[in-house]
Design a protein around this ligand. Structure first.
Ligand code: 3HC
Length: 320
């Protein structure tokens, strides 16, 4: 019995030392002691973040062959390549917590792991590529700049690297929208239609209201998050509305109104039923996104096998 008591009191001591460490704003490295719940929370968030980056390549990839100019195609290719790289940084950060890439992909394929709601909407026109870059990457930047100060060091380092590339993504999207708003009536209509379809799902990217966020308490206790879902959403709205107005786009929210007292925009209520449906597999493109990912994963099996065989052979040679 004493032995059990010792283990429990030792764990309590480790936990309070850990919480002092993170509360003081110190970083946690993979080799540091961490509570199992901290490790699990991070595996969940980082792996879902990584899945989002990779799945997000699909709606944009849809337009590579239909980009309106060689320059537009080059920019889109560069952006999609960046997103794949972001996924790799984040899978590697998650692997430092003891989960394998195979396990994470399996969690994605079985629906056990989520990815961002936003990538379950179709990219119907070229203006959608502008809206995704401007709004989706714009929202991702607000979220990821805050995550640069997350307590888990490999995640924070990945965020610093990713944020550098995201600003190019946001700017190229805004350039597409600005150009279309200076174009023909059809182009202006196309841009406004994309704005109407992507605005609200972009607000949902920040997650449920703080009062409905089951992970918020731990996220703040362990400084995984530095800002709440609603704070980041508000920051995104306040930054993006003037950008829309500058190029003549209308934000599709009749309740949007500047509130002097709060120093920000009041806005209409988000359709949380739609959000719940989409994040639980019933969005417009969920099935197609997962099917495609599984298909490409299977097609790439030979590459993984060849790399494994090569690694085994070189390990063999170096041990002889
Ligand atoms: N999409 C899908 N699921 C979401 C979601 C969203 N936008 N927002 C919340 N959820 C899920 C959470 O995952 C959680 O479900 P789970 O327990 O099964 O994981 C549940 O809803 C409750 O939400 P919480 O707010 O309590 O959960 P979190 O504390 O994890 O906060 C988050 C949600 C704000 C998305 C947080 O996980 C986060 O900051 N993640 C990192 C950023 C990220 O994933 N961004 C995705 C976009 S990547 C991208 O845009 C690429 C760009 O380059 C184009």
């Amino acid at each position: 019995m004493d032995q059990v008591q010792d283990i429990i009191s030792n764990d309590h001591a480790l936990l309070s030392k850990f919480e002092e460490h993170v509360q003081a704003g110190e970083a946690v490295e993979p080799r540091d002691w961490m509570p199992e719940a901290y490790r699990k929370h991070l595996i969940r968030q980082i792996s879902q973040h990584a899945h989002s980056e990779v799945i997000g390549m699909q709606p944009e990839g849809n337009w590579i062959t239909r980009a309106p100019s060689l320059r537009a195609k080059q920019i889109l290719l560069a952006k999609i390549q960046d997103e794949g790289g972001h996924g790799l940084y984040l899978y590697s950060a998650a692997e430092t917590l003891g989960i394998t890439r195979t396990e994470m992909i399996e969690q994605l394929h079985t629906g056990k792991a989520k990815y961002s709601n936003i990538f379950n909407y179709p990219s119907l026109t070229w203006a959608d590529i502008g809206a995704i870059g401007w709004l989706v990457d714009g929202a991702a930047i607000v979220n990821q700049v805050s995550l640069q100060r997350t307590s888990y060091a490999p995640y924070s380092r990945a965020m610093v690297r990713i944020c550098k590339e995201e600003s190019f993504h946001q700017r190229q999207g805004y350039e597409i929208m600005a150009k279309m708003m200076k174009g023909t009536a059809e182009q202006r209509e196309m841009a406004q239609d994309a704005m109407n379809r992507w605005w609200w799902p972009s607000l949902m990217m920040f997650g449920p209201h703080d009062s409905d966020s089951p992970h918020a308490a731990d996220a703040f206790r362990w400084k995984i998050k530095r800002h709440t879902n609603d704070e980041l959403r508000q920051k995104f709205i306040d930054k993006t509305v003037p950008q829309a107005e500058l190029i003549g786009l209308t934000v599709p929210d009749p309740h949007l109104k500047w509130n002097d007292a709060k120093g920000g925009y009041d806005h209409g209520e988000i359709n949380w039923e739609e959000f719940k449906q989409v994040i639980n597999g019933n969005g417009p493109c969920n099935k197609q996104r997962l099917q495609h990912h599984k298909q490409v994963h299977d097609n790439g099996a030979w590459v993984r096998e060849a790399a494994e065989a090569y690694k085994a052979r070189t390990n063999n040679q170096s041990s002889n």
